[in-house]
Ligand binder design. Sequence first.
Ligand code: SF4
Length: 419
Amino acid sequence: MAMPKVHIARHQRYSCILCGRCCRRFQVRLTPAEAERLQRLDWGDEADVPAEFHHRIGEHLYFRRREDGGCVFLDAGGRACRMHARFGLGVKALTCRGYPHNIATTWPGEVSVVARLDCPAVQRGQGEPLTANRRQIEALVAELGTGEGFTSRQLQGLNRPAVTAMTAALVSLVEPAQDDGLSPGRRAYALFLAGERFRALGASFLNDRDTLAEVMPSLLRSVCDEARDATPGYLGPFARLLFREWLAAYCRRDEELVASGVGVRLRRTAALAGYAFGLGTLHSIGAEHPAVSLRRVGLFAGRRGREASSHEAWAAYRQLIVARLEGPQFFGVTYYDQPFFVGLRALLQSYALVLAAARCHAVWRGAAVIVADDVHYAVGAIDHCLGRSPLLQWPSWRRLEEHFALPRYGRLLQSLGWE
Ligand code: SF4
């Protein structure tokens, strides 16, 4: 099979900073062939090498974890992989070698590679440009194989130039050539408005490349003007309840329960209902989350008594949007097999979820202003489930995304407090 054309995110950087987080946080699956191969590794006289390093949960094999949640191959400091240190990267299981790359077939014969924002090194842009690792990434692509590419159902009648023109226009809104005076929150709203305008124009208009190029500048200007001046009002109690539930669904980490019994799982599912009323802490459904209740955070108090965050604090969020748009990795196989406009809306709604999560983190720190650390946590938490959650793949969550279409999305942002 011919090697596909591999597009690697242009602006992302990554080199492992040995934080060990992925090896503590994720349940790492391996194939039976990998298990057999790793079983045969000759560790010589190295002490304390785990003999029973994997176990079966349901239909799959996973690396065993220690009591602190770390993989049995993590070193004593909990930061580096012993297998990597002894044998090198190439020996490890595909999942270990692949992280944090999200590799997806996009157009037929083409693959896009984006780095996951739940990796601290990627969020902070630490290390080499992703493109510097092209050979290693291409080897991963060859090993994984490629899919068929976007289907006509996923494309909703759109041709490739239309998809490219829309995503490029949205990227230009995220990173304007000159300061247009939009705050991070107003900019996120402008992006959302642009996505909704594109949807309303329909495929036959958008596929007319010349006409689209003609109207694009005025369309982008008008959404920026609308976002700058918008006072959409506030959400009612029912919509607030739904939003808290939606946030909790993104924060629920079922992978932490892979080896747990049915009772624990049922209790966690039941706990989800409490979040709608602001009860409980997100920490109890995911170890990475701050131990602060939504009620204490006062999500819908707008920015009362809170200072505005800086433009710089939101760099990780801009990185998320640009990487996903340029992928494009926001619909089809990277978003629950959903069509273009469904995935686009979900991506552009992510600002509300990131803002809420960042605010929880800031309140947990005892701070009144959101800073880069809060946004890093929030972007990692939300990106972790954006298109990758077993829970969020259910159609009922798509109805929630529709519920927060216009005009409610503006009210949601005003209720949360524009940053
Ligand atoms: S085998 Fe190594 S890289 Fe893979 S999860 Fe375990 S410690 Fe991490």
